[in-house]
Design a binder for this molecule. Structure first.
Ligand SMILES: *Cc1c(COP(=O)(O)O)cnc(C)c1O
Length: 369
């Protein structure tokens, strides 16, 4: 009997970085400095260097990063922020938390990312910002969004929660807008041992405001300058662990690219829709998803043969009960709805052995041929 193939396995990352992670954690425990402090400042310097921005401000999650970036850009009640229905709910929830309203536009059926042409149709007098999501680690059309924002006086904020080290047109995701928002949830391409996130920016005023907003609007203890602050501080132990893992990120990303290429080659002749080519952009394969009209059936067949899969995401945001207040209905975003019905994410992780991947490919062949 073959063992089950999981959807992700973080064990190889721990094999590479475990000794450094443990030393980092111990260093923080012994320092007795547990929130913000020198480890967080060092991580912020190192991550902004890796991404290519002047500043990085660590937060307690990717959701906080999005919310505080929007607030720092002056977004709030009465404003509209445009994003995609094919994302994790955090993107839309962060907009709601600022008091602004999320306005959705359909995805491009080829790239599965927010379609700039559809965004243009939903712009109105209250539009203030656009949040493209680099879904699965593939850059959204940042050049088009940059132009759109310039032309209409809008702010570009990137949801780069799945796109560490991705690029578009030779520039890293997270660096093209006013702010780039990252998540370091454990399963993300760079993951903490718990919750963590960051805002990157090259604008000193945005960096300063995010740093204040994450700590009740203060720069100095008990001097609260900015309204609307909260406790979204990054813990020192997470920063230290992220510092230990960051030097491995480029190699781990190259491994994801290699595995994705093996899938693209191995599955090319099967009746599946594969991710579209990215040209000279860099896709970092947070998720490797395929599409099939009978997705639920295919998922069951794989599960019956011991292969776990994921779905990112089973329901578009506008059809979630929690987002009913936005007033959308089924049929409003047909490309996103079809995507959510058909998409299936295959096992992929840094250090996934070829023999394990071959079993996934061979099993798909046996089911689909
Ligand atoms: C993970 C994720 C987030 C939220 O990040 P958290 O750290 O879980 O709060 C936001 N947007 C996208 C696209 C994500 O994948």
């Amino acid at each position: 009997m073959n063992t089950t193939i999981p959807f992700v396995d973080l064990e190889p990352q721990y094999r590479d970085a475990g000794a450094d992670i443990e030393a980092a954690a111990l260093r923080v425990l012994r320092s007795r400095q547990y929130v913000l402090g020198p480890e967080v400042e060092a991580f912020e310097r190192e991550f902004s260097t890796a991404i290519g921005t002047r500043y990085c401000v660590g937060t307690d999650s990717g959701t906080s990063a999005l919310r505080l970036a929007l607030q720092a850009c002056g977004i709030g009640p009465g404003d509209e922020v445009i994003t995609t229905p094919a994302t994790f709910i955090a993107t839309v929830e962060a907009i709601r938390q600022t008091g602004a309203r999320a306005v959705l536009a359909d995805i491009d059926p080829a790239s599965w990312n927010l379609d700039p042409a559809r965004v243009e149709h939903v712009l109105g007098p209250r539009s203030r910002a656009i949040i493209p999501v680099h879904l699965h680690g593939r850059s959204a059309d940042l050049c088009a969004f940059g132009e759109l924002c310039l032309h209409h006086g809008l702010t570009l904020v990137e949801d780069a929660a799945q796109a560490h080290l991705a690029h578009h047109g030779g520039r890293r995701c997270g660096t093209m807008g006013m702010a780039g928002c990252f998540s370091f949830y454990p399963g993300k391409n760079l993951g903490a041992a718990g919750e963590a996130g960051a805002v990157v920016t090259s604008d000193p005023e945005i960096a300063r405001r995010v740093a204040m907003l994450r700590d009740f609007g203060s720069e100095r203890k008990y001097e609260h300058i900015l309204q609307g602050g909260t406790n979204a501080r990054l813990e020192s132990i997470q920063a230290a662990i992220l510092r230990a893992k960051l030097p491995f990120l480029e190699g781990w990303t190259q491994d994801r690219e290699r595995i994705a290429l093996r899938y693209l080659e191995g599955l090319a002749d099967l009746p599946l829709t594969l991710p579209a080519a990215v040209g000279s952009d860099r896709h970092v394969w947070h998720v490797f998803a395929v599409r099939h009209p009978r997705r639920d059936w295919l998922r069951q067949e794989l599960a019956a043969r011991g292969i776990e899969t994921g779905i990112h995401y089973p329901k578009p945001v506008h059809l979630q009960p929690a987002c009913q207040y936005l007033g959308y209905r089924e049929g409003d975003f047909p490309h996103a709805e079809a995507y959510c019905r058909e998409t299936l994410s295959l096992p992929l992780w840094t250090g996934m052995p070829d023999s394990v991947q071959d079993r996934v490919i061979e099993t798909l062949e046996s089911i689909l041929r």
